[in-house]
Design a protein around this ligand. Sequence first.
Ligand code: FE2
Ligand code: FE2
Length: 472
Amino acid sequence: MNVKVLHIDCNKMIREVFRLKLEMTLDCKVFGVSSLSQAIDYLNYNNDVAIIISAHHLPDATSDKLYSYLKKEKPHITFILNSISRQEFINIQAFHNFRFDQSGTSNPPSDEVIFNSSGEENILENVIKIVIGKIKCIQENNTLVTRERDQNDLIKEYCKVGIQYFLRSNVCSCDVFIRLGDNKLIKIINKKELYDGITISKYIKKDIGYLYIPIAEAEFFAEDYEKNLNFFLKDNTLDIEKKIDLQAEAFLYSQERARSIGIDEKVVEQVNACTSSVVEVVSKNKNLFSLIQSMLKKGNYQSEHSLLIAYICGNMALNMSWTSESTIQKMGLAAILHDVLLTQDELAKISNINSNDFKKLDYKNRKIVLDHPFKIAHIVDQEKNMLSDVNEIILTHHELPDGSGFPRGLSSLKISQLSCIFIIAEDFVNNIYFNKFNTELIKKIAVEFKEKYSKGNFRRPLEGFLKSFSIT
Ligand SMILES: [Fe+2]
Ligand SMILES: [Fe+2]
């Protein structure tokens, strides 16, 4: 039985990986949308959705609005919330009637919530496991279809992959087949041999939705696919707007992956691909003002915040005549990872421990904020493929020139110039993110920064910053 799943997440790469993994593992069809309004539109025209997986923060609403809608209009749909902090979940009225079921026997399967409290759990794999459990449950309730599937012995050794995944590459790590009839597969792509997108497009035009690969190769295929996403960042034919959109998605994907799986070799590979792409755009486009405008989309706070920091650091470094690619790359890596353990935007937004936002926090959250530079720097330090200095930039990203920063309260002479660039860039991003971005705002910030950063190792980075916006 082909179970229909609707996945709502604003990050396209996360949607693609989810879809790939679920469709390869089970007999299901996954549709991805990025917002609540798109989800409701989709549900209005498709009555056969059995499961919804939704992020909590969507560009146009939070998931409780969707949950209320489902309970009223589509109560038969199983809802999986990925993910939310425990406190937020408890506080939201709409979730007070959440349909939990400890026995696991309810029909339709119960709703599920994934909490993001620890930051160390393998969230991505966990969600996939939960969805697989729900789909199996739905399929077991349909014995007729199960029996029918068992007869297809040949097909059982293969899994289906959405055909559009083959447009992302021109070589595949395994043989690829097309299905003709119930029990017949014909090979159309040879393992590791070049194929062209035109052939794939022709199949798409004929309404072929899936191709098949051997189950034994499925895991390698999924891994390869994730790697391939990084190659798009190197695509020189994309215009700046598209490239920045792709970078924002890739930044978010790397952060989500680092959060759910930890900072391993693969994450390092991904963040390196992201930052190389940033280095390329920064070096070719000196007009920082228009680059920033393209990035201020008010989508995901953490990925946009990181992307903006990476761009501003890169531009400041070039204006200080620090033209080495690895310098810009180091700051880009730090930009992606510096707040990666902070799963709540509210905590990531705190830049000063004397602010009211910090003072309002309970003990546990204050500790999370105070400890995050140490913790992330330590994790990054363990990773052998990481460039040097990245851990130091992360460790000092909340220090301030007057010594009032945290975690170490360093003076302006104890902070390296590389870290000073990062601190100024992050301060600037915090100033522009919640205000209307225009030249007046830049002038106002420049006056404040001249006062604040004209000391110690901050002096030269401050000059770089002023030059970036042609301010004398
Ligand atoms: Fe931070
Ligand atoms: Fe930050």
